[in-house]
Design a protein around this ligand. Structure first.
Ligand SMILES: [Zn+2]
Length: 393
Protein backbone atom coordinates (compact mmCIF):
# COMPACT_ATOMS: atom_id res chain seq x y z
CA UNK A 1 0.00 0.00 0.00
CA UNK A 2 1.49 3.36 -0.96
CA UNK A 3 1.93 6.11 1.59
CA UNK A 4 -0.83 8.13 -0.06
CA UNK A 5 -3.24 5.20 0.09
CA UNK A 6 -2.49 4.64 3.78
CA UNK A 7 -3.15 8.28 4.59
CA UNK A 8 -6.35 8.27 2.56
CA UNK A 9 -7.68 5.28 4.47
CA UNK A 10 -6.90 7.03 7.77
CA UNK A 11 -8.77 10.10 6.69
CA UNK A 12 -11.84 8.10 5.75
CA UNK A 13 -11.98 6.62 9.25
CA UNK A 14 -12.00 9.96 11.02
CA UNK A 15 -15.32 11.38 12.17
CA UNK A 16 -17.17 8.11 12.42
CA UNK A 17 -17.61 8.02 16.19
CA UNK A 18 -21.27 7.51 17.12
CA UNK A 19 -23.05 10.49 18.54
CA UNK A 20 -23.99 8.45 21.60
CA UNK A 21 -20.34 8.20 22.60
CA UNK A 22 -20.01 11.96 22.45
CA UNK A 23 -23.16 12.35 24.56
CA UNK A 24 -21.70 10.09 27.17
CA UNK A 25 -18.47 12.04 27.32
CA UNK A 26 -20.26 15.35 27.67
CA UNK A 27 -22.76 14.11 30.25
CA UNK A 28 -20.35 12.52 32.66
CA UNK A 29 -17.41 14.86 32.03
CA UNK A 30 -15.24 11.87 31.30
CA UNK A 31 -11.54 12.45 30.73
CA UNK A 32 -9.34 10.82 28.13
CA UNK A 33 -10.19 7.15 27.95
CA UNK A 34 -8.98 4.51 25.54
CA UNK A 35 -11.60 5.49 23.02
CA UNK A 36 -10.56 9.11 23.07
CA UNK A 37 -6.88 8.25 22.78
CA UNK A 38 -7.74 6.28 19.67
CA UNK A 39 -9.64 9.25 18.33
CA UNK A 40 -6.75 11.55 19.11
CA UNK A 41 -4.49 9.38 16.99
CA UNK A 42 -6.96 9.52 14.13
CA UNK A 43 -7.23 13.28 14.36
CA UNK A 44 -3.47 13.62 14.49
CA UNK A 45 -3.27 11.52 11.35
CA UNK A 46 -5.66 13.89 9.64
CA UNK A 47 -3.83 17.01 10.83
CA UNK A 48 -0.61 15.45 9.67
CA UNK A 49 -2.02 14.97 6.19
CA UNK A 50 -2.55 18.71 5.80
CA UNK A 51 1.07 19.52 6.43
CA UNK A 52 2.68 16.55 4.73
CA UNK A 53 0.90 16.46 1.39
CA UNK A 54 1.30 19.81 -0.23
CA UNK A 55 1.13 19.44 -3.99
CA UNK A 56 -1.65 21.27 -5.79
CA UNK A 57 -3.04 18.08 -7.29
CA UNK A 58 -3.89 16.40 -4.03
CA UNK A 59 -7.35 14.85 -4.03
CA UNK A 60 -10.30 16.28 -2.16
CA UNK A 61 -9.90 13.78 0.67
CA UNK A 62 -6.64 15.45 1.61
CA UNK A 63 -8.14 18.90 2.04
CA UNK A 64 -9.24 20.22 5.39
CA UNK A 65 -12.51 22.06 5.91
CA UNK A 66 -12.78 24.19 8.99
CA UNK A 67 -15.48 26.34 10.45
CA UNK A 68 -15.38 29.12 13.01
CA UNK A 69 -17.87 28.40 15.75
CA UNK A 70 -18.89 30.84 18.51
CA UNK A 71 -18.76 29.79 22.17
CA UNK A 72 -22.48 29.93 23.02
CA UNK A 73 -22.34 29.24 26.74
CA UNK A 74 -26.15 29.34 26.72
CA UNK A 75 -26.47 26.38 24.35
CA UNK A 76 -27.66 23.09 25.79
CA UNK A 77 -25.57 19.96 25.48
CA UNK A 78 -28.10 18.63 23.00
CA UNK A 79 -27.76 21.69 20.77
CA UNK A 80 -23.97 21.39 20.72
CA UNK A 81 -24.12 17.74 19.90
CA UNK A 82 -26.60 18.30 17.11
CA UNK A 83 -24.35 20.94 15.48
CA UNK A 84 -21.12 18.99 15.87
CA UNK A 85 -22.72 15.87 14.48
CA UNK A 86 -23.97 17.80 11.43
CA UNK A 87 -20.47 19.16 10.84
CA UNK A 88 -18.90 15.73 10.99
CA UNK A 89 -21.52 14.21 8.73
CA UNK A 90 -20.79 16.92 6.13
CA UNK A 91 -17.10 16.04 6.18
CA UNK A 92 -15.90 19.11 8.08
CA UNK A 93 -12.52 18.35 9.59
CA UNK A 94 -12.03 20.94 12.30
CA UNK A 95 -13.60 23.70 14.36
CA UNK A 96 -12.18 27.01 15.50
CA UNK A 97 -13.99 27.07 18.79
CA UNK A 98 -14.77 30.41 20.44
CA UNK A 99 -15.74 31.50 23.92
CA UNK A 100 -13.87 31.97 27.19
CA UNK A 101 -11.57 29.13 28.35
CA UNK A 102 -14.26 27.58 30.57
CA UNK A 103 -16.57 27.24 27.61
CA UNK A 104 -13.86 25.83 25.33
CA UNK A 105 -13.03 23.34 28.08
CA UNK A 106 -16.66 22.21 28.09
CA UNK A 107 -17.11 21.75 24.34
CA UNK A 108 -13.63 20.77 23.11
CA UNK A 109 -13.77 17.17 24.43
CA UNK A 110 -17.04 16.59 22.62
CA UNK A 111 -15.78 18.07 19.37
CA UNK A 112 -12.62 16.03 19.62
CA UNK A 113 -14.50 12.84 20.42
CA UNK A 114 -16.60 13.41 17.33
CA UNK A 115 -13.40 13.35 15.28
CA UNK A 116 -12.91 17.06 14.75
CA UNK A 117 -9.61 18.88 15.04
CA UNK A 118 -10.05 21.72 17.56
CA UNK A 119 -8.37 25.11 17.65
CA UNK A 120 -9.31 27.46 20.51
CA UNK A 121 -10.35 30.76 18.89
CA UNK A 122 -8.91 33.69 20.88
CA UNK A 123 -9.61 37.38 20.29
CA UNK A 124 -6.13 38.78 20.79
CA UNK A 125 -5.92 42.59 20.83
CA UNK A 126 -9.59 43.50 20.35
CA UNK A 127 -11.16 42.69 23.70
CA UNK A 128 -14.85 43.55 24.00
CA UNK A 129 -16.52 43.04 27.38
CA UNK A 130 -13.20 42.37 29.12
CA UNK A 131 -13.94 43.34 32.73
CA UNK A 132 -10.36 42.86 33.90
CA UNK A 133 -8.79 44.92 31.12
CA UNK A 134 -11.36 47.69 31.31
CA UNK A 135 -10.17 48.59 34.79
CA UNK A 136 -6.94 49.79 33.17
CA UNK A 137 -7.39 52.69 30.77
CA UNK A 138 -3.65 52.73 30.08
CA UNK A 139 -3.78 49.19 28.60
CA UNK A 140 -5.67 50.46 25.57
CA UNK A 141 -4.52 51.87 22.24
CA UNK A 142 -4.77 55.59 21.56
CA UNK A 143 -5.59 57.23 18.22
CA UNK A 144 -3.62 59.97 16.47
CA UNK A 145 -6.36 62.26 17.79
CA UNK A 146 -5.32 61.27 21.30
CA UNK A 147 -8.49 59.30 22.09
CA UNK A 148 -8.51 55.91 23.81
CA UNK A 149 -10.09 52.97 22.02
CA UNK A 150 -11.67 52.05 25.37
CA UNK A 151 -13.62 55.28 25.72
CA UNK A 152 -13.94 56.20 22.02
CA UNK A 153 -13.85 52.89 20.10
CA UNK A 154 -13.55 53.34 16.31
CA UNK A 155 -16.43 52.25 14.04
CA UNK A 156 -18.30 50.04 16.52
CA UNK A 157 -18.74 49.85 20.28
CA UNK A 158 -16.86 46.58 20.68
CA UNK A 159 -13.67 47.86 18.98
CA UNK A 160 -11.67 48.18 22.21
CA UNK A 161 -8.03 47.41 21.47
CA UNK A 162 -5.20 46.58 23.86
CA UNK A 163 -1.81 48.18 23.24
CA UNK A 164 0.94 45.74 22.24
CA UNK A 165 3.55 47.95 23.98
CA UNK A 166 1.88 47.66 27.36
CA UNK A 167 3.46 44.72 29.19
CA UNK A 168 0.53 44.29 31.58
CA UNK A 169 -1.90 44.19 28.66
CA UNK A 170 0.25 41.61 26.85
CA UNK A 171 0.52 39.51 30.01
CA UNK A 172 -3.27 39.60 30.19
CA UNK A 173 -3.45 38.20 26.64
CA UNK A 174 -0.86 35.55 27.48
CA UNK A 175 -2.95 34.42 30.46
CA UNK A 176 -5.88 33.77 28.14
CA UNK A 177 -3.63 31.89 25.74
CA UNK A 178 -2.26 29.78 28.59
CA UNK A 179 -5.72 28.93 29.91
CA UNK A 180 -6.61 27.68 26.41
CA UNK A 181 -3.31 25.91 25.71
CA UNK A 182 -3.64 23.66 28.78
CA UNK A 183 -6.99 22.23 27.64
CA UNK A 184 -6.03 18.67 26.70
CA UNK A 185 -8.40 18.32 23.76
CA UNK A 186 -7.34 21.35 21.75
CA UNK A 187 -4.76 21.04 19.00
CA UNK A 188 -3.87 24.72 18.70
CA UNK A 189 -4.50 28.23 19.94
CA UNK A 190 -6.09 30.24 17.11
CA UNK A 191 -5.30 33.97 17.24
CA UNK A 192 -7.83 36.40 15.78
CA UNK A 193 -7.75 40.23 15.86
CA UNK A 194 -3.99 39.88 15.69
CA UNK A 195 -3.44 43.37 14.36
CA UNK A 196 -4.19 47.07 14.80
CA UNK A 197 -7.68 48.47 14.18
CA UNK A 198 -8.42 48.98 10.47
CA UNK A 199 -6.87 52.34 9.58
CA UNK A 200 -8.61 51.95 6.22
CA UNK A 201 -11.71 49.78 6.15
CA UNK A 202 -12.32 47.34 3.34
CA UNK A 203 -13.89 49.23 0.42
CA UNK A 204 -17.19 47.42 0.69
CA UNK A 205 -17.55 48.28 4.38
CA UNK A 206 -16.94 52.04 4.18
CA UNK A 207 -20.45 52.88 2.90
CA UNK A 208 -21.91 50.90 5.80
CA UNK A 209 -20.38 53.46 8.16
CA UNK A 210 -21.01 56.41 5.86
CA UNK A 211 -17.31 57.18 5.51
CA UNK A 212 -14.75 57.62 2.74
CA UNK A 213 -11.19 56.67 3.64
CA UNK A 214 -9.02 57.84 0.75
CA UNK A 215 -6.03 58.10 3.09
CA UNK A 216 -5.11 57.40 6.72
CA UNK A 217 -7.13 59.71 8.96
CA UNK A 218 -6.20 60.47 12.61
CA UNK A 219 -9.32 59.08 14.25
CA UNK A 220 -8.69 55.60 12.83
CA UNK A 221 -4.89 55.59 13.14
CA UNK A 222 -3.58 53.84 16.29
CA UNK A 223 -1.38 53.52 18.58
CA UNK A 224 -0.15 56.90 19.66
CA UNK A 225 -0.07 56.15 23.39
CA UNK A 226 2.84 57.55 25.39
CA UNK A 227 4.61 54.17 25.53
CA UNK A 228 4.48 53.52 21.78
CA UNK A 229 5.53 57.05 20.88
CA UNK A 230 8.44 56.95 23.36
CA UNK A 231 9.56 53.48 22.23
CA UNK A 232 9.53 54.55 18.58
CA UNK A 233 11.47 57.73 19.43
CA UNK A 234 14.08 55.63 21.22
CA UNK A 235 14.36 53.18 18.31
CA UNK A 236 14.31 55.66 15.43
CA UNK A 237 15.00 59.12 16.82
CA UNK A 238 11.69 60.27 15.32
CA UNK A 239 9.04 62.08 17.38
CA UNK A 240 6.04 60.77 15.53
CA UNK A 241 3.60 63.04 17.37
CA UNK A 242 5.45 66.06 16.02
CA UNK A 243 5.78 64.79 12.45
CA UNK A 244 3.86 66.59 9.70
CA UNK A 245 2.52 63.37 8.20
CA UNK A 246 3.04 60.27 10.38
CA UNK A 247 1.47 57.85 7.83
CA UNK A 248 4.26 58.76 5.40
CA UNK A 249 6.98 57.44 7.73
CA UNK A 250 7.82 53.85 6.70
CA UNK A 251 9.72 53.14 9.93
CA UNK A 252 6.60 53.96 11.96
CA UNK A 253 4.64 51.35 10.02
CA UNK A 254 7.43 48.81 10.42
CA UNK A 255 7.58 49.52 14.14
CA UNK A 256 3.92 48.60 14.49
CA UNK A 257 4.21 45.47 12.30
CA UNK A 258 6.99 44.32 14.63
CA UNK A 259 4.89 44.87 17.76
CA UNK A 260 2.28 42.43 16.47
CA UNK A 261 4.88 39.93 15.35
CA UNK A 262 6.49 40.01 18.78
CA UNK A 263 3.12 39.17 20.35
CA UNK A 264 2.80 36.18 18.01
CA UNK A 265 6.17 34.89 19.21
CA UNK A 266 5.18 35.28 22.84
CA UNK A 267 1.88 33.45 22.39
CA UNK A 268 3.75 30.75 20.49
CA UNK A 269 5.96 30.21 23.55
CA UNK A 270 2.85 29.75 25.69
CA UNK A 271 1.10 27.40 23.25
CA UNK A 272 4.29 25.36 22.81
CA UNK A 273 4.58 24.91 26.56
CA UNK A 274 1.11 23.38 26.47
CA UNK A 275 2.22 21.14 23.61
CA UNK A 276 -0.10 22.95 21.21
CA UNK A 277 0.29 24.49 17.78
CA UNK A 278 -0.55 28.07 16.82
CA UNK A 279 -2.79 29.34 14.02
CA UNK A 280 -3.96 32.80 13.02
CA UNK A 281 -6.93 34.43 11.29
CA UNK A 282 -5.41 37.08 9.02
CA UNK A 283 -6.45 39.59 6.35
CA UNK A 284 -6.79 38.35 2.75
CA UNK A 285 -3.16 38.64 1.66
CA UNK A 286 -0.05 40.17 3.25
CA UNK A 287 0.12 43.32 1.12
CA UNK A 288 -3.51 44.21 1.86
CA UNK A 289 -3.09 43.27 5.53
CA UNK A 290 -0.17 45.67 5.94
CA UNK A 291 -2.14 48.44 4.23
CA UNK A 292 -5.36 47.99 6.19
CA UNK A 293 -4.33 46.98 9.70
CA UNK A 294 -0.51 46.83 10.14
CA UNK A 295 -0.50 43.05 9.90
CA UNK A 296 2.64 41.64 8.24
CA UNK A 297 1.38 38.08 8.48
CA UNK A 298 3.87 36.48 6.14
CA UNK A 299 6.40 37.25 8.89
CA UNK A 300 4.39 35.41 11.54
CA UNK A 301 5.68 32.08 12.77
CA UNK A 302 2.46 30.03 12.98
CA UNK A 303 1.46 26.51 11.97
CA UNK A 304 -1.57 27.49 9.90
CA UNK A 305 -2.81 30.73 8.33
CA UNK A 306 -6.51 31.41 7.87
CA UNK A 307 -6.75 34.46 5.53
CA UNK A 308 -10.26 35.86 5.57
CA UNK A 309 -10.78 36.06 1.82
CA UNK A 310 -14.21 37.66 2.12
CA UNK A 311 -14.54 38.94 -1.43
CA UNK A 312 -17.72 40.96 -0.86
CA UNK A 313 -16.00 43.08 1.83
CA UNK A 314 -13.67 44.31 -0.92
CA UNK A 315 -16.30 44.51 -3.67
CA UNK A 316 -14.49 41.75 -5.51
CA UNK A 317 -15.56 38.64 -7.42
CA UNK A 318 -15.35 35.04 -6.29
CA UNK A 319 -12.35 34.66 -8.62
CA UNK A 320 -10.50 37.12 -6.36
CA UNK A 321 -10.52 34.52 -3.57
CA UNK A 322 -8.12 32.50 -5.68
CA UNK A 323 -5.95 35.54 -6.42
CA UNK A 324 -5.70 36.33 -2.70
CA UNK A 325 -4.76 32.71 -1.90
CA UNK A 326 -2.11 32.74 -4.60
CA UNK A 327 -0.59 35.95 -3.22
CA UNK A 328 -0.63 34.57 0.31
CA UNK A 329 0.98 31.27 -0.62
CA UNK A 330 3.62 33.01 -2.76
CA UNK A 331 4.51 35.41 0.05
CA UNK A 332 4.90 32.52 2.49
CA UNK A 333 7.03 30.45 0.12
CA UNK A 334 9.27 33.44 -0.59
CA UNK A 335 10.02 33.50 3.12
CA UNK A 336 10.59 29.75 3.22
CA UNK A 337 7.42 29.01 5.16
CA UNK A 338 5.58 25.74 4.52
CA UNK A 339 2.72 26.15 6.97
CA UNK A 340 -0.81 25.37 5.79
CA UNK A 341 -3.11 28.06 4.41
CA UNK A 342 -6.90 27.73 4.64
CA UNK A 343 -9.00 30.29 2.81
CA UNK A 344 -11.72 31.86 4.94
CA UNK A 345 -15.05 31.98 3.09
CA UNK A 346 -17.84 34.34 4.13
CA UNK A 347 -20.89 32.12 3.73
CA UNK A 348 -23.58 34.84 3.48
CA UNK A 349 -21.83 36.14 0.35
CA UNK A 350 -22.02 32.74 -1.37
CA UNK A 351 -25.71 32.45 -1.93
CA UNK A 352 -26.04 29.43 -4.19
CA UNK A 353 -24.58 25.97 -4.57
CA UNK A 354 -22.66 27.11 -7.63
CA UNK A 355 -21.16 30.14 -5.88
CA UNK A 356 -20.12 28.09 -2.87
CA UNK A 357 -18.53 25.42 -5.04
CA UNK A 358 -16.82 28.07 -7.20
CA UNK A 359 -15.32 29.73 -4.09
CA UNK A 360 -13.92 26.44 -2.81
CA UNK A 361 -12.45 25.63 -6.20
CA UNK A 362 -10.92 29.11 -6.51
CA UNK A 363 -9.12 28.59 -3.20
CA UNK A 364 -7.97 25.04 -3.80
CA UNK A 365 -6.73 25.64 -7.33
CA UNK A 366 -4.57 28.50 -6.08
CA UNK A 367 -2.58 26.72 -3.42
CA UNK A 368 -4.89 26.67 -0.40
CA UNK A 369 -4.80 23.51 1.72
CA UNK A 370 -8.51 23.81 2.39
CA UNK A 371 -11.14 26.33 3.38
CA UNK A 372 -12.58 27.71 6.59
CA UNK A 373 -16.23 28.68 6.72
CA UNK A 374 -17.56 31.71 8.58
CA UNK A 375 -19.38 30.58 10.46
CA UNK A 376 -21.02 27.36 11.59
CA UNK A 377 -24.33 29.09 12.19
CA UNK A 378 -24.39 30.40 8.63
CA UNK A 379 -24.22 26.89 7.20
CA UNK A 380 -27.43 26.26 5.29
CA UNK A 381 -28.73 23.07 3.67
CA UNK A 382 -27.23 23.95 0.28
CA UNK A 383 -23.78 24.38 1.85
CA UNK A 384 -24.08 20.96 3.48
CA UNK A 385 -25.19 19.51 0.16
CA UNK A 386 -22.09 20.80 -1.62
CA UNK A 387 -19.73 19.67 1.15
CA UNK A 388 -21.29 16.22 1.25
CA UNK A 389 -21.02 15.84 -2.53
CA UNK A 390 -17.37 16.93 -2.51
CA UNK A 391 -16.50 14.51 0.24
CA UNK A 392 -18.26 11.59 -1.36
CA UNK A 393 -16.86 12.31 -4.81
ZN1 LIG B 1 0.41 52.03 22.46
Amino acid sequence: MSRVTVLASQVKNVGKIPLTAAVQLLSVGKGIDDNLIGLQKQVNARVGVASEVRDSDKPWSFRMIWTWCGGHADWSDEKWLELLDRLVQAGISGVLLGGPPAQVRRVAPVAKSAGLAVHAWMWTFCRPSDEVAEKHLDWYQVSREGKSSLTVPPYVGYYKWLCPSNEDAVQHILKTAEALAVIPEIDAVHMDYLRFPDVILAKGLQPKYGIVQDREYPQWDFCYCERCVAAFKKASGISVNEADDPPSIPAWKEFRYALIQKAVDRVRSVSSRGGKQLSAAVFPHPELARFICRQSWDDFDVDAYFPMTYQNFYEESIEWIGEACSKGVSALRLKGKESALYAGLYLPSLSSEDQFREAIEAALSNGADGVSLFDAENLLPYHFKVLTSLNSG
